[in-house]
Write a protein of this length. Structure first.
Length: 327
């Protein structure tokens, strides 16, 4: 969970894959499946995300692992929303709020509540936005947790956006700044995106563009597909285009081909350089068994029978540089 919230999504996915590839207790398997499914969901890979999220939710519900019950529900909510099933997503979000009220979980649910608040606001569900704000206010009062205070500022901004956009802009900017100080990149970008909406409504296009460019850069580094798409759409509405994705910490690796995931492409590049499964595992901090699982998945997606054939195929597609191959 910490790796995910800190924006280390590739590393989070790698750890989860390693756990799922080895014998694990229900607690560990439920957590790994849920976090891997959430990463996939945020990155727009619904087909890969759903089975992991459903498995995690089943395990978490059975053993009363509340944080993972909530995180897996969040991932499913993301999938429903992105598929256009807003009513189903809203129903699930309301059930999550009710579950929070019963369990009094006050730590892991902060970022989930921020996302739910933004979702309800985008759907024009004012009563639900107020319910989220009330939950966050109680959480902030009880714990004084900085992240809860930041999420509360976000919720206040959402509740004011329709009628008082300038005040909403101030609150949402404050939320983004607080999240940034806490090194929570996805939450920061989410608040920046919504602050941009407030700035645009208030007639401050320069502020809206600045906020959108920042959010877009962060979404690109994370590979957060839906957030990236939302930022690009908002920029287009203002007559602007996204900038090139920023490089640096958390930057995404080269684009994939034939449906390969970022991790699969990373492993195939190392295979192309002549590394064994053990060497690749040591480089990426995963087990050789996990490496083999990814290689076999890549071969299947590429329609190839051998590693050499797959490397040649990727080179032909321009996904791997031709000089990287050792065939």
């Amino acid at each position: 969970m910490v790796l995910f919230t800190r924006g280390e999504w590739d590393r989070s996915a790698a750890v989860c894959e390693d756990v799922l590839a080895s014998p694990a207790q229900p607690h560990a398997r439920g957590a790994a499946a849920g976090m891997l499914g959430l990463v996939y969901a945020m990155r727009g890979a619904a087909r890969q995300a759903r089975p992991h999220l459903l498995e995690s939710h089943l395990i978490a519900t059975r053993i009363e692992l509340v944080p993972m019950e909530l995180f897996s529900s969040w991932g499913l909510c993301v999938l429903e929303s992105s598929a256009g099933s807003s009513a189903d997503a809203a129903d699930r979000a309301r059930r999550m709020l009710a579950r929070l009220a019963r369990t009094q979980e006050r730590h892991f649910s902060v970022l989930i509540l921020q996302w739910i608040t933004a979702f309800f606001a985008e759907q024009g569900m004012a009563a639900d936005v107020r319910a989220c704000a009330a939950a966050l206010a109680a959480m902030a009062e009880a714990t004084g947790q900085p992240a809860a205070l930041a999420a509360l500022a976000h919720a206040r901004g959402e509740s004011l956006l329709a009628d008082e956009p300038r005040t909403a802009l101030r609150e949402l900017r404050s939320a983004a700044e607080k999240f940034a100080e806490l090194e929570l990149p996805y939450a920061t970008a989410q608040s920046q995106l919504r602050a941009a909406a407030a700035a645009a409504q208030a007639g401050d296009q320069a502020a809206a563009l600045d906020l959108l460019y920042q959010a877009h850069d962060t979404a690109g580094r994370l590979g957060a597909h839906f957030l990236l798409t939302a930022c690009a759409a908002a920029l287009s509405e203002l007559g602007a285009r996204p900038r090139g994705r920023a490089a640096g910490r958390g930057a995404r690796r080269p684009r994939t081909a034939a449906g390969l995931t970022v991790r699969e492409l990373e492993i195939m590049l190392l295979v192309a350089q002549g590394n064994t499964s053990r060497q690749i595992g040591e480089t990426l901090f995963i087990s050789p068994r996990t490496v083999e699982m990814h290689v076999q998945g890549s071969l299947l997606k590429l329609g190839c029978r051998t590693r050499a054939e797959a490397i040649g195929r990727l080179a032909e597609l321009g996904t791997l540089p031709a000089e990287a191959t050792t065939r």
